[in-house]
Write a protein that binds this ligand. Sequence first.
Ligand code: F6P
Length: 363
Amino acid sequence: MAGIEPDNVVRSPAHVEKVFRAMRIGVLTSGGDCPGLNAVIRSVVHRAVADRGDEVIGFRDGWKGLLECDYLKLDLDAVGGILARGGTILGSSRVRPEHLRDGVERAKGHVAELGLDVIIPIGGEGTLKAARLLSDSGLPIVGVPKTIDNDIAVTDVTFGFDTAVTVATEALDRLKTTAESHQRVLIVEVMGRHTGWIALHSGMAAGAHAVVVPERPFDIDELTARVGERFEAGKRFAIVVAAEGAKPRPGTMAFDEGGKDIYGHERFAGVARQLSIELEQRLGKEARPVILGHVQRGGTPTAYDRVLATRFGWHAVEAAHRGEFGKMTALRGTDIVMVPLGEAVETLKTVPAERYAEAECVL
Ligand code: F6P
């Protein structure tokens, strides 16, 4: 990469701002991908390169790119046409926490070698924990939160969530017609490892008949009664939305909880599959599991997510120029604010009982 010319000719007050505040910025996307990542990258590059006179590079495949010094230059051409594209042009990966801990000095060395003034990692819970680790070790970091799960406590919403809910809602609408034709119970599994936000919102939006979430272990007797009452009332089908992390109350139903993967994430054994077997036996009605899986994360982001992602990117660059390191962007009401990374990773935003109660009354 060419260096920033220190002897640029000063032509106007705006130019003065560019010359004296120009930065070298490294961006990366890490963890599970999420619609809107490209919109953040594009926004960072536009604000930084076009408005601030900065230089931006993107590390390939998340933290791995920083640890291996694998990067590409991001100029305005590089981000042309990516606003509506799902995934991430930089690639993503998960890194085991111990690898990153061992790699802190290497990361610092690469930041120094490249002359970077700030790293902007875009990621979820795991990425933000890693960002905090690097920030505590002295690296200048400005984080941007992402996750379709919407479970980061310090921001009202994360981009990707609206897209996932929209995709899940459309699927639920479609599933209703086939469920009705065959008088079936469909148990639709949506993403949500620790929290049931996608299940709750898509279930409400599509008018599902029951929603089960990780925050509130379900009672299989109650669930059976709820679905059974529908059929007794003459209805010909039922849709149950299950967040992938939902579990029965201990001791109420045989249930395989799965195990953990190498990153320490739960590897589920399939709540929809297990519920469909149980409900079919108990109700004497055909039941089928439908797993929406990664379709919720793929494809173009909704307009809402594009706007939120763009605003996060813009504010991340501004925070970097103010020297507000060790923080991340967050949405509070309609404002974007900066919150310490430490706060961001303290707790997860779970579905509160009141929100579940609101949904339950209309299901
Ligand atoms: O954290 C986001 C998420 O989409 C979870 O809802 C889901 O459990 C997980 O990622 C799946 O990730 P992977 O890409 O490792 O299958």
